[in-house]
Design a protein around this ligand. Structure first.
Ligand code: ZN
Length: 234
């Protein structure tokens, strides 16, 4: 048995969110960044932490997130979604570019069309879909430092290491939805359960092969994520 507790070089770990912010501004850190590309922008100590996060096992922290799949190269054929807009506290915001595997984008468009046939002034927005393994590690580290004060056991109930993430395996990637009112917001994400979009997804998501992965009280020990719907075509 391996030791379930991983110790990080804390001082290096804390340098990473600021590093990610500048790499994001430079257009290097995007949902399709490769590990090779990102590693050229990190120090040896930062790369060592990347390796540790890459290899975390949720079961060592009491979470039984299903294995999502072995790491794959970043797919070449992704649909880039640009210019999605929502309003938050009366302020209009434009989302950064999102990347969606083509077959999932097709299912999404059909589903959003059906949604808008009932709610013509609304829209299911894509907050996140495909995330490369390297990008997923960066997402994990940002939550670890900024959301959970360095507590891996809490972070891993929310963000998964790449081999356990439903955002890194393109063939069955999950979509994190957002609505035009900005829900789920970072402040109060559970508010999404009270939206028209969530009620509609619960009723109709399965008709388009989208399934809620982490409902409240799920058997895996993951925290409830009502906005996270995995596309399962087989
Ligand atoms: Zn998600």
């Amino acid at each position: 048995m391996s030791d379930p507790v991983t110790f990080f070089d804390e001082s290096t770990l804390k340098t990473l969110p600021a590093r990610f912010e500048s790499l994001e501004a430079q257009g290097v850190l995007t949902p399709t960044v490769t590990l090779a590309r990102l590693e050229t922008a990190l120090s040896a100590a930062q790369r060592a932490i990347f390796d540790q996060i890459m290899n975390l096992d949720p079961r060592d922290y009491g979470v039984s997130t299903p294995y999502a799949g072995d790491l794959e190269p970043v797919p070449a054929d992704l649909v880039k979604v640009s210019g999605q807009q929502y309003a938050e506290h009366g302020e209009q915001k434009t989302m950064s570019e999102k990347y969606v595997p083509r077959h999932i984008f097709g299912a999404y468009v059909r589903m959003n069309d059906a949604f808008m046939a009932e709610h013509s002034n609304r829209r299911l927005l894509i907050q996140s879909c495909y995330r490369s393994p390297a990008y997923q590690v960066a997402v994990f580290i940002n939550w670890l430092i900024n959301g959970y004060d360095g507590d891996i056991a809490k972070t891993i109930r929310h963000a998964s290491p790449p081999r356990y993430s439903q955002h890194t395996i393109a063939s069955k990637a999950a979509i994190d939805f957002r609505n035009i009112d900005g829900s789920p917001s970072s402040g109060d994400p559970e508010d999404f359960t009270a939206t028209i979009e969530y009620a509609w997804l619960r009723q109709h998501g399965g008709e388009f092969s989208f399934y809620e992965s982490w409902p409240a009280g799920n058997e895996f020990g993951m925290r409830a994520e009502p906005w996270h719907w995995q596309h399962r075509s087989s």
